[in-house]
Design a protein around this ligand. Structure first.
Ligand code: FAD
Length: 429
């Protein structure tokens, strides 16, 4: 049995595995070089934020969970908090007193403010995403809570007088999820689900494949999370610590158990990559413009331009216009808007759950990648912002986006290496 050589069309995407793999062959080397450049390797992150949902007691004490931080003196001056602070006085975007960026309607993530005094600078190259040993109840709880965020109401339903989980059709009450007006910050509602939501969640928590029989938007939400989870697992298995020898190397059994035996996880990982690729080709000029406006070096701007042209030259990978576009009637438009608001509110909650990860290294990459995915969603779905608000990107968002693309790209390359290891093992039998 070949565990990891999928072929044919990727569900919910416009392309097949073979195309995506050939694009990745062109892209991976360029991305790998680009993320080693100063613009992309220094990142500011707050690793000390408290988990807003439960008391986190699962702090990972393994050495591999630690993060090596970088002194602000090593950061190019243009990106230091002190310099950004000066610029910020004239900037249109203001900072909230709590140190969190004022959330904009277009944001899919709760973004951290680069001026936040609590944050630390990290050189991503010195802190690779790899096996850390973080596992058990703490990590399971985080993953479980993240998957529960997929349980938003699949609108529209059929009968307004009956609740949705009984096959009724009332519109989803977005305020129940957002803790206020649509588009507001997701309310902290762990343990605060209404009866109906609990039942909806209960039905999804069963063995049924969550990607079946639900609307496209909800499937996409699930696939993106599952694809990220799969990519993290691939990195764990690809850079695995053999605790008996102290050596780091790929672990084929780890890969087979976590990914190879679950083709749907592999497919979701390809899907997540495809979505990021589409954001890169669609919003290329905007990404390049952000680099130019935030003191990137010329070779960094050219490197990004090169990536954009590779992504733009390949066949269409994902059609974002099929999402949040149920119809032209006023009622359809309203329903689609509600669905989009819910999607955003739930994705923002996933970004907050990242502060519950009990291993600093995992938290660093978890936060970074959720920000990267949130940036991709913002680029795909907010460029025609409903209220005419201009979509503005920060340096951290672009850094997160490019590094997340690199994580997924590297995972695809690692899958290819695992295929070879698998073939060698079979030949040796
Ligand atoms: P888990 O990976 O914890 O999965 C839990 C359950 O989710 C599984 O039993 C399965 O039912 C389901 N599941 C698994 N994969 C998928 C998928 N792709 N799609 C859908 N469902 C799935 N550990 C490290 O060593 N290094 C890291 O960098 C790292 N980063 C992490 C980042 C985050 C945000 C989190 C929450 C955890 C991280 N971990 C990391 C821990 C790691 O992800 C696992 O939780 C841990 O290795 C235990 O793995 P497990 O086999 O018990 O299953």
């Amino acid at each position: 049995q070949n565990y990891c050589k999928p072929t044919g069309q990727i569900h919910d995407a416009c392309c097949d595995y073979e195309t995506v793999e050939s694009v990745n062959e062109d892209l991976f080397g360029r991305l790998h070089e680009l993320v080693a450049e100063p613009y992309f390797r220094y990142h500011k992150v707050d690793l000390a934020k408290e988990c807003p949902f439960w008391e986190e007691d699962g702090s990972c004490m393994n050495r591999a969970c630690g993060v090596e931080t970088t002194d602000e003196d090593h950061i190019p001056e243009a990106w230091r908090s002190s310099t950004l602070g000066k610029l910020n006085r004239t900037s249109a975007r203001t900072s909230s007193p709590a140190g969190c960026k004022e959330i904009s309607d277009s944001d899919f993530c709760v973004l951290e403010d680069e001026l936040d005094s609590e944050g630390v600078y990290v050189d991503l190259l010195l802190n690779p995403e790899r096996f850390t040993g973080y596992a058990g109840p703490s990590s399971s709880r985080v993953w479980q809570s993240i998957y529960l965020e997929n349980c938003f109401s699949p609108v529209p339903y059929i009968d307004p007088s009956r609740p949705s989980w009984e096959g009724g059709s009332g519109y989803a009450d977005v305020s129940a999820f957002t803790g206020g007006g649509a588009g507001g910050l997701g309310g902290l509602r762990m343990g605060g689900w209404g009866e109906g939501e609990k039942r909806l969640m209960g039905s999804l928590a069963g063995p049924k494949d969550p990607t079946e029989e639900v609307c496209l938007e909800k499937r996409v939400f699930y696939r993106v999370i599952s694809g990220l989870h799969a990519s993290i697992s691939v990195h764990i298995c690809d850079d695995y610590l053999d605790q008996s020898t102290g050596l780091w190397s790929p672990n084929l059994d780890c890969f087979i158990t976590r990914i190879g035996q679950h083709p749907e996880r592999l497919e979701n990982m390809y899907f997540t990559y495809v979505l990021l690729l589409r954001a890169l080709s669609r919003a290329g000029p905007q990404l390049v413009q952000t680099l130019e406006a935030t003191h990137a070096a010329r070779n960094e701007v050219e490197g990004l331009r090169g990536l954009v042209s590779v992504a733009g030259g390949c066949p269409s990978t994902f059609d974002e216009s099929t999402m949040f576009s149920g119809g032209k009637e006023a009622q359809d438009v309203r329903v689609e808007q509600l669905l989009k608001d819910e999607f955003k509110a739930h994705f923002r909650n996933v970004s907050r759950i990242m502060d519950c990860v009990g291993c600093d290294k995992c938290r660093l990459w978890g936060k970074m990648q959720i920000t990267g995915l949130g940036t991709a969603l913002k680029l795909l779905f907010s460029s025609d912002s409903e209220d005419g608000e201009e979509v503005v990107l920060s340096r951290s968002e672009v850094v997160a986006f490019v590094n997340t693309l690199h994580r997924l790209s590297e995972s695809l390359a690692a899958v290819d290496r695992f295929r070879t290891l698998w073939a060698h093992r079979n030949d040796a039998k």
